[in-house]
Design a protein around this ligand. Sequence first.
Ligand code: FES
Ligand SMILES: [Fe+2]
Length: 396
Amino acid sequence: MDIAPTPAQRVPPQFVPPAGSLDLLVSATTAGLAEDAPHAATLPPEAYTSQAFYDLEIERIFKQDWFSLGHIAQIPNVGDYFTFDYLNELLVIVRGEDRVRVMSRICLHRWAPVATGCGNAKRFSCPFHKWTYDLDGQLLGAPLMDEAADFDAKDWKLPELRSEVVDGIIFATLSPSIDSIGERLAGWSAKMAPHRLADLKIGYSFEVILNFNWKIAAETFAECYHHIGAHRETLEPRYPATLSWCEGARGQGWTECHQDLRPNMPAEGGNVIGLPLLPGIADMNKTGFDMYILFPATLVSINRERLNVTALTPLGPNKTRWSRHVMVSPECLDLPDYEEKIAALKGKGDAIFQEDIAVNEMQQIGAASSLAPIGRLSHLEHTVWYLANYVREKMA
Ligand code: FES
Ligand SMILES: [Fe+2]
């Protein structure tokens, strides 16, 4: 007797056997470039789990493109600095007399880091043998080196990475030749102009290591389709998935998702706690929120009273560092109950973030299954498709 297979037993229509080699996986990845929006589909699940694919992403994306490190509000005064690790590079970002620099913080003597954490410095002094550097990286002094032949401190300077500040966000690149990130993001900057990103202040910051691929973190950040599942009790009642939409264009440096508030709901409530609004929000009568992926891995979201800037740093196929600054209007600092309000904001934000982490950790496990298919995408998650196309183009 024939028994019709249950849906769970059917082979998914987009099922493709695991590639088994990096070449086949790259071919399966780039094949998706042929699809148009109505046929939008995910990358092969192996692109989220394969060490070889991850290594290729590091070479072709993360060592070639721009990455963000933070916001200029972290370093408002001359001598202010913070540290940031990217791939194998240990960096220090410092405001000098003239400009912001992103430099290696590895001592030129025997490679100890000359700065840790964040703070304010007049110069950087290596803890190992006390070589000392100016804020622009120039070696100022190296004790007891007078018998070293042909050694002159003037000849030594900490390597500096190309960097640009775009709307207050600090970007750097390991590439000597890639085009300006400011030019690439000019259209995005025009959208941001009313919100005066460069003037915002840090409400709070946090860093966490996620147990899933960097693309999973970016994708979930940038679509609201999952409100109907992962956030059905928190976000969906106010921000229903059906009132979100995606935008993007092939070759553009970013993709965006927008979310409207459910009609007849008050603008405040849920995770909007009633801080002074970000610049421009009232003029635009904006009650929903906006999310942007600045390719590859900078995430920006704007939600009435806060602007989140997040840098994703890949640490492995299933490990990603999430570094977020929650920015608020400068007026917030004058509130008598500022600390309480920021604590409330953090509490609400953390709860929703945990809902995302829970599904994303399961998704990472699912992606390793040999039965996981290339998935089809809703029009509500075309941001996922635009990010996939960015990856496809870089891997092609
Ligand atoms: S390693 Fe820095 S002074 Fe020796
Ligand atoms: Fe989410």
